[in-house]
Design a binder for this molecule. Structure first.
Ligand code: ATP
Ligand code: RIB
Length: 311
């Protein structure tokens, strides 16, 4: 039986431009690379990643009453995602992210949350009627909604997983007590703990701090091209990233944490899950865009096989 995952998070349309270099303040640069509109949003990227690795995926979010919402919903349905709990706000537009991708694949993202800001506790409570086996939360929605999702999960004995993006220093982390896996990236880790995870010592310090505040079973720090740092409350492990040609890192974090959570839900082995997530994220960074870069289980297995054979 497939495990059912409830993703409580955001949906956006991404406006993407690839640039040779970022303009300075007050400067205009002309870029001939064209532009694209790509389905994105941290929650939607994670929901698509769950669906593509084989989870029975339910997505709880809020979009506007506009063409972007229609386009996005159609994509989710085509991917087999349960869209019953995607609400519509009549006043606000569907979320939009402006993304600039530099030549080395690094991105800068500005999000206009729009309808994502209207997701509330009642919406989340209703979504819990889908009887999930696991709950996945990010911070691109109001705190009220993410905190409620954690609380409902805790009260119902359902494991919940937190991708801490995008982080704010004043996020009420202590309200996520009992999280199964907490997984921030480097920036989010520094914002939430004040510790830059730039050495093993600092990763450990930050992970201990996060685990103490949230009583997390596992803290997994995403460290970009350095891989990830896995802390289980006593021991730590570092899983290096795969060497791939990087096209665009957009959605790497979303894909990583979704793949990590689902693999962990399947077997309960955090290191095996982190290795699986590292494979999935490596494929993601080698492709352009958000939803367009998310691999399927078949692609992840084929990549793992090719690495084994190359050894
Ligand atoms: P995003 O760019 O979507 O915001 P993120 O900052 O949340 O991503 P990262 O830590 O950059 O998250 O990446 C998540 C995972 O993706 C890493 O732990 C690693 O496994 C993989 N990854 C990221 N960058 C690279 C890279 N340059 N080469 C190979 N793998 C990478
Ligand atoms: O994590 C990548 C995502 O962040 C993009 O798809 C964008 O929509 C923002 O939410």
């Amino acid at each position: 039986m497939k495990k059912r995952v409830l993703v409580v998070s955001s949906a956006n349309i991404d406006f993407v431009q690839r640039v040779k270099r970022m303009p300075d303040g007050g400067e205009t640069v002309i870029e001939q690379n064209g532009y694209s509109y790509v389905p994105g949003g941290k929650g939607a990227n994670s929901a698509l990643a769950f669906a593509r690795v084989g989870a029975d995926t339910v997505f709880c979010t809020k979009m506007g009453k506009d063409d972007n919402a229609k386009k996005l919903k159609k994509l989710y349905e085509a991917e087999g995602i349960d869209t019953r709990f995607i609400g519509e706000d009549r006043e606000e537009a569907t979320g939009l992210a402006s993304i600039i991708v530099e030549e080395d694949g690094q991105n800068r993202i500005i999000v206009y949350p729009g309808a994502n800001n209207c997701l509330c506790e009642n919406d989340v409570e209703e979504a819990f009627t889908c009887y999930p086996d696991g709950v996945f939360i990010q911070f691109e929605i109001p705190d009220e909604a993410s905190v409620a999702a954690a609380r409902f999960a805790r009260e119902n004995g359902i494991p919940f997983f937190v991708d801490a993006g995008p982080a704010r220093a004043d996020y009420p982390l202590e309200k996520l007590q009992g999280v199964e896996i907490l997984s921030p990236n480097e920036t989010e880790c520094e914002i939430l703990t004040g510790i830059k995870p730039d050495s093993v010592q600092n990763c450990l310090k930050a992970a201990i701090r996060l685990a103490t505040v949230t009583e997390a079973k596992y803290v997994v720090l995403k460290l970009g091209r350095r891989g990830c740092f896995v802390y289980d409350g006593k021991y730590y492990n570092i899983i290096p990233a795969h060497k791939v040609s990087v096209a665009d890192t957009t959605a790497a974090g979303d894909v990583f944490t979704a793949a990590l959570s689902y693999a962990y839900m399947q077997k309960g082995d955090i290191l095996e899950a982190a290795r699986f997530a590292t494979l999935a994220a490596a494929i993601c960074v080698s492709r352009e865009g958000a939803s367009t870069s998310i691999p399927t289980l078949k692609e992840i297995k084929a990549f793992a096989k090719s690495i084994k054979e190359a050894k």
